[in-house]
Design a protein around this ligand. Structure first.
Ligand SMILES: Cc1cc2nc3c(=O)[nH]c(=O)nc-3n(C[C@H](O)[C@H](O)[C@H](O)COP(=O)(O)OP(=O)(O)OC[C@H]3O[C@@H](n4cnc5c(N)ncnc54)[C@H](O)[C@@H]3O)c2cc1C
Length: 290
């Protein structure tokens, strides 16, 4: 089977734009190809006329720390993100999530841009980005727009990013004293693809209280979302047994896990979520002093 007819390596944002000028409908960006090529090979996506490789566009390969934010280029391999000491310093959850994607070969080519654009509700890197309240920098037709990460999803595997819009990268606020994040997941033994359940938490500590918190489970619903009912049991509360137990109860009442035919039933996910959430919460809390 022929997967594509024409393969273009874009070396600038302008070239990425130009690749769509004559053939908008059947053109796709490609980064690591670990999602897209498999989908085409397995018949879940039609073959494409033109693939536009984005790996050589300089802006997409940057990892930059400025005074208020870190910028992670959409085409940086997730293995590089997982090993970056400055990403770890400011976004521990993202290092942990990217370090668990697939195996070493997959991580060396897979990108955060592809993980987000593929829009699966349990994608590990994307779940961490939601907890970190990241902003996506989108390039199209000579203009750049920054959009909240949660505005990019409209359904499982469906993104709000238009066909000719390119994710240039992600902006995450630098970590301030008292802030931290953590990510963990539950996976089948020997599993290398999407997890049964993952959880990312960002929090801000004020002495013995949780001043602010963001909690995300994947997969929980057709698009990623914050577990706001769980967050509200903890925000402004002492880090102690009673609020934590209430938060665990709120998972059952407010988070919408679903059954997926190959990975797990919703009931099983509710059971696993209690322990997973508790572990991630304690890990994030301990790190607030580091
Ligand atoms: C064996 C295996 C194990 C895996 N394990 C995991 C796992 O544990 N956890 C997990 O989350 N995922 C996993 N995946 C899925 C996949 O590796 C990740 O989602 C990866 O991050 C996708 O990135 P990519 O660069 O390969 O995307 P690609 O396949 O190149 O692209 C995916 C989609 O994103 C679009 N796209 C790519 N870059 C951009 C951009 N800059 N702007 C706009 N659109 C863009 C493409 O057009 C395509 O629609 C696994 C895949 C395999 C094959």
């Amino acid at each position: 089977m022929k997967i594509w007819n024409e393969y273009i390596i874009a070396e600038s944002l302008q070239q990425a734009d130009n690749s769509f000028a004559d053939l908008n409908e059947n053109v796709k960006f490609i980064a690591g190809g670990t999602d897209l090529l498999l989908e085409i090979q397995q018949g879940r996506h039609n073959p494409v006329e033109r693939l536009v490789d984005v790996n050589q566009i300089p802006e997409l390969g940057q990892l930059v720390l400025d005074s208020e934010t870190i910028f992670i280029g959409a085409a940086v391999a997730v293995s590089t993100i997982a090993c970056s000491s400055f990403v770890y310093r400011h976004a521990q959850a993202l290092c942990e999530a990217t370090g668990l994607i697939g195996g070493p070969q997959v991580r060396n080519v897979a990108t955060l841009g592809g993980n987000v654009a593929h829009a699966l509700p349990a994608a590990d890197g994307m779940i961490a980005l939601v907890a970190l309240d990241a902003t996506a920098r989108i390039y199209s037709c000579g203009t750049i727009q920054d959009r909240p990460i949660l505005s990019l999803f409209i359904g499982p595997g469906k993104t709000a990013i238009k066909r000719n819009e390119l994710i240039a990268g992600f902006l995450i606020k630098k970590r301030l004293p008292g802030e931290s994040s953590a990510f963990q997941r539950i996976m089948r033994p020997q599993g290398v693809a999407l997890p049964i359940l993952n959880c990312a938490i960002w929090m801000k500590r004020d002495q013995n209280k949780i001043d602010d918190i963001r909690i995300v489970f994947g997969p929980s619903g057709p698009v990623p979302s914050r577990a706001e009912g769980v967050e509200s049991e903890l925000r402004g509360k002492e880090f102690s047994q009673i609020p934590i137990e209430r938060a665990i109860d709120a998972i059952q009442m407010t988070v919408k896990f679903r059954s997926s035919p190959r990975r797990a039933s919703a009931e099983y996910r509710y059971e696993l979520a209690k322990d997973l959430f508790s572990r991630v919460l304690h890990s994030a809390w301990e790190r607030t002093l580091a």
